[in-house]
Design a binder for this molecule. Structure first.
Ligand SMILES: [Zn+2]
Length: 106
């Protein structure tokens, strides 16, 4: 993802409207690009800050943004590794079935 695409996706990320693949590309870009990260921080502060002011609570928005980035990213990584396990389990099942069917035939 380049800076232009990243900037376009900032609002969608804040509102949790990005798909998983887009989220991953977005976060990877943010980790490497201080300019876009700065832009994300500002928009997050404005967006969430306005909501919070209406609710009247206290907040550490920069900390929350970091947490949001981390938890979204670790969720993606967790799902990916789960998918790898399911794939491995599927291969095992196919191999076991192949061996089993050979045993029955002979
Ligand atoms: Zn960038």
């Amino acid at each position: 993802m380049n800076c232009k695409e990243a900037e376009k996706n900032i609002t969608c990320f804040i509102k949790d409207e990005l798909g998983e693949k887009e989220q991953e590309k977005f976060i990877v870009h943010m980790k490497d690009c201080p300019g876009c990260m700065e832009e994300l921080s500002i928009q997050y502060l404005v967006f969430e800050g306005l909501n919070r002011l209406e609710e009247g609570g206290t907040f550490d928005l920069r900390g929350e943004l970091d947490k949001k980035l981390e938890s979204t990213y670790s969720g993606i990584l967790r799902r990916k590794s789960l998918n790898r396990w399911f794939f491995a389990a599927e291969i095992c099942a196919i191999v076991a079935f192949a061996i089993f069917s050979q045993l029955i035939l002979f």
